[in-house]
Each structure stands twice: as structure tokens, then as C-alpha cells.
Design a protein around this ligand. Structure first.
Ligand SMILES: Cc1cc2nc3c(=O)[nH]c(=O)nc-3n(C[C@H](O)[C@H](O)[C@H](O)COP(=O)(O)OP(=O)(O)OC[C@H]3O[C@@H](n4cnc5c(N)ncnc54)[C@H](O)[C@@H]3O)c2cc1C
Length: 398
């Protein structure tokens, strides 16, 4: 097989990149190791920044999102049994976020790709990326048991944290920056209407809790648990009791319970691989960086990367200049490190570290009080949460 851009991975990064390239008249082939049903039902992120919403609309992939997604104008912080609302539009000049599950973003992009775009091969596992440094990249892969090779002008690793693309970077070039956290998130989906109309981030001495949602009838809830937790050890009543304790307030707020339909543990990690380009191989999304989910940034960062890359490839096609491709890694990393900073800040602001001293706990409370009492501190949080804007030219050019 031969194409202009060989894309490994059909998560949000790979699917959106293929869509943006298609709109720019650039051929691509997407290789995805899993089957379609698996990709469409993998529960992960659900908060889309304003910039992500704008990009999906401009790519012609926003119709169902606009019909079924829930626009959110704020979040609530809970601590010391009190609530404090952060009003996004008031603090950011009108910005908001959209609650629309990653599973739905992927379903919409897959449907568009299969009807309008280039080849998207499921059950096609890339084995390596070869010759990316000094020639046309080759991607050997296995498709439903049969060996093949994808030859391309550019290869893009959108294959997540465990993918193969990053391994093609020479050790002498790669720099890894990493932090692991001594806790994880036990996440559940529940068939019950959310008990609050906006996300609630709760700091509690017993640990962090998050009340989120996927639709008006499905709640998504998380509990901070120790890093090595087995989800199967938590019973339904135990999960609800613990959520209730951590989310409780003094004003009589009640948590509605319902049947749990999914339960999993997500590890917390900060990770950045630099650079994000080696010759004709580019990394995008989780293949290059991971954030702890507290700041809701993972999916949005992946979108930022592929918007930047699609714009650079279109620019090269139109002008013959590789300037923007050459700047790809540095351009993305500026945004990535802002998201890393924010995700780490939110995580340490709200979680109980097992080795926290009483001094650390008082500092955490003081940081929360500061946000609740200072418009400047609130604005800083609101700007980062709703997302640092993508270049207008990058969005509209697609
Ligand atoms: C368990 C989990 C829970 C998460 N929860 C949240 C959350 O609650 N909130 C939040 O904001 N973010 C969350 N995230 C982060 C967010 O979902 C990711 O940042 C986002 O999925 C990144 O998209 P991506 O396309 O870069 O990578 P992925 O979505 O990981 O997609 C990579 C794709 O590449 C495929 N692939 C891998 N190797 C190969 C290969 N060799 N050949 C072919 N295909 C390959 C994979 O099957 C996958 O489909 C979560 C992530 C994980 C892992």
C-alpha cells in the first residue's frame, strides 16, 4: 500500500487527523489494531474545550455533538463541605466547554471517514516505523493475520502511550520527562441522572471525588483510590457510600444512586516525550504525552497536535515550504507543557497524597481558599480549563 500520510491509531488523534487531511485534499491511510466496536466503546474522556468544539464543527464533525452534547458554563469546587462555582464565560470573555463523550467523538469521525475519507483499516496492527530518518517511511503491519507494508511520505504515530511509533526515535534523540502519582481513579458509569448540572470537583480528607456526566441520564463518577487498586474489590454500595461522604455539603445536597454499568481504574501519570518529530515521523496525542485526567486535557491536547500537523502539511502542499512542519514539535510542546502544568496543579490541589504532612494539607486548603476569594486566581483556572485558544487560521483553514 502507498499513501501520502500513514497514520497509526484510530483514537481521537488519528481519526481527526485523517478527517482534516481529507478536507485539505491530502491522502491518508489509518491503521488501527483493534476492531471497530472496541474503539467505539472505549470509555475515556468526555470534556471538550471550546477550541476542540470549534475544530470539530469546522471539520464537519460537529452536527451530533451540537444536538446531543451538553454545554457547560462552569464547574463547582467542593471543599470543607462548601461549594464554590467557577463561572467560565464571565471569567474568560465567553468561553465554555462541552460534555460529549470520547466514544461519541470517535463514532462520528469513524462514520465520516468510512463514507467520505481514505482507507481506515481495523484489526491492522503496525509493527514498526522504518526509514523515517532519511527516506520515505515504511510501516510493516498485520491486517487480520496477513502481513503487508504501508509506504508513505510521512508517518504519524497517533498510537497512544503503548504504541510502536515512539520506539522508532533513536535513544540519543529522545528525552522523557515523567511523574507518577501514588493514587489512581476508580471510575464508574451509572444509569442515573447527574445529581448536579455541572461537574463537581471535591477535595476531602478521605481523597478526591469527581461528579461528571455523559448525558442527561448517565452519570460518570470517580474516586481517588490507591495506585494498585483492583476495581473488582469495590462493591456498588461501597462506591456510592464513599462518593456520598466525599461530596457531602452542609446545605442538604443529595447524591442520586443508580445501577453501575462500567467500572475501571485509571492510573495517574504525567509524561512528555521530546521531540515530537524525527525526520518524516511525527507523534501526536498520547503517543507523545500523558496528563493526569484531573484537568480534562488529554483528548484536547491530542486535538491541538493534529490541528497543528494538518495545518503544517496543508501549508507544505500549498507553498512547498516545510517551515511549519519544522516548527511542529516546538509549537505543540509549548501548549503541551501548559497543559502538563495545569493538570499537575489541579491534581495536587485536589488529591490527598499518602505522605502529605499537616503543613501540606493546610497549604492545599489555602490554595482552594485563594481560588474561592480571588477573581485573578479563578480566572487563571477558568482560562486553563476552557483551553488555550488554537490559532484561528489553523481552525478556519480546514
Ligand atoms: C484508561 C484511560 C482513561 C482516560 N480517562 C480520561 C478522562 O476521564 N478524562 C480525560 O480528559 N482524559 C482521559 N483519558 C485521556 C484521553 O482519553 C486520551 O488523552 C485520548 O484518548 C488521546 O487520544 P489518542 O488518539 O492520542 O490516543 P488513544 O485514544 O489511546 O488512541 C490510540 C489508538 O492507537 C491504537 N494503536 C495502538 N498501538 C497500535 C499499533 N501498533 N497499530 C495500530 N494501532 C495501534 C489503539 O488501539 C488506539 O485506538 C484517559 C485515558 C485512558 C488510557
Amino acid at each position: 500500500m502507498r499513501t501520502t500520510v500513514g497514520i497509526i491509531g484510530a483514537g481521537p488523534a488519528g481519526l481527526l487527523l485523517a478527517r482534516l487531511l481529507h478536507r485539505a485534499g491530502i491522502d491518508s491511510v489509518v491503521l488501527e489494531s483493534r476492531d471497530r466496536a472496541y474503539v467505539e466503546h472505549r470509555h475515556r474522556a468526555g470534556i471538550l474545550e471550546q477550541g476542540t468544539v470549534d475544530v470539530l464543527r469546522a471539520a464537519g464533525a460537529g452536527e451530533r455533538m451540537d444536538r446531543e452534547g451538553l454545554r457547560h458554563d462552569g464547574i463547582e469546587l467542593r471543599f470543607a463541605r462548601r461549594r464554590h462555582r467557577i463561572d467560565f464565560p464571565a471569567l474568560t470573555g465567553g468561553r465554555s466547554v462541552m460534555v460529549y463523550a470520547q466514544t461519541e467523538v470517535c463514532k462520528d469521525l469513524i462514520a465520516l471517514q468510512l463514507t467520505e475519507g481514505g482507507p481506515l483499516l481495523f484489526e491492522a496492527q503496525a509493527l514498526a516505523v522504518e526509514d523515517a530518518a532519511d527516506g520515505r517511511p515504511r510501516i510493516p503491519f498485520r491486517h487480520r493475520g496477513r502481513a503487508d507494508v504501508l509506504e508513505c511520505d510521512y508517518a504519524v504515530g497517533c498510537d497512544g502511550f503503548w504504541g510502536v511509533a515512539r520506539r522508532a526515535f533513536p535513544a540519543a534523540l529522545s528525552r522523557v520527562f515523567e511523574r507518577t502519582y501514588p493514587y489512581a481513579w476508580l471510575g464508574v458509569l451509572a444509569d442515573v441522572a447527574p445529581s448536579h448540572d455541572e461537574l463537581v470537583y471535591a477535595r476531602h480528607d478521605r481523597g478526591f471525588a469527581l461528579l461528571s456526566m455523559r448525558s442527561p441520564s448517565v452519570s460518570r463518577l470517580y474516586l481517588q483510590v490507591p495506585a494498585d487498586t483492583d476495581a473488582g474489590r469495590w462493591s456498588e454500595p461501597e462506591i456510592w457510600d464513599e462518593l456520598e461522604r466525599r461530596l457531602e455539603t452542609d446545605d442538604g445536597w443529595r447524591l442520586a444512586r443508580g445501577p453501575l454499568t462500567q467500572k475501571s481504574v485509571t492510573p495517574m501519570r504525567s509524561f512528555v516525550h521530546e521531540p515530537m518529530r524525527h525526520g518524516r515521523l511525527f507523534l501526536a496525542g498520547d503517543a507523545a504525552h500523558i496528563v493526569p485526567p484531573t484537568g480534562a486535557k488529554g483528548l484536547n491536547l491530542a486535538v491541538g497536535d493534529v490541528v497543528t500537523l494538518a495545518h503544517a502539511l496543508a501549508h507544505e502542499k500549498e507553498t512547498g515550504s516545510s517551515d511549519l512542519l519544522d516548527a511542529y514539535s516546538a509549537t505543540c510542546l509549548r501548549r503541551v507543557w501548559q497543559a502538563e502544568r495545569f493538570s499537575c496543579d489541579m491534581t495536587t490541589l485536589l488529591h490527598s497524597a499518602p505522605d502529605a504532612t499537616p503543613f501540606d494539607v493546610r497549604l492545599q486548603q489555602a490554595r482552594l481558599e485563594r481560588i474561592a476569594s480571588s477573581r485573578a486566581a479563578e480566572t487563571d483556572l477558568a482560562e486553563a480549563y476552557t483551553g488555550f485558544p488554537l490559532g484561528r487560521r489553523q481552525i478556519s483553514a480546514r
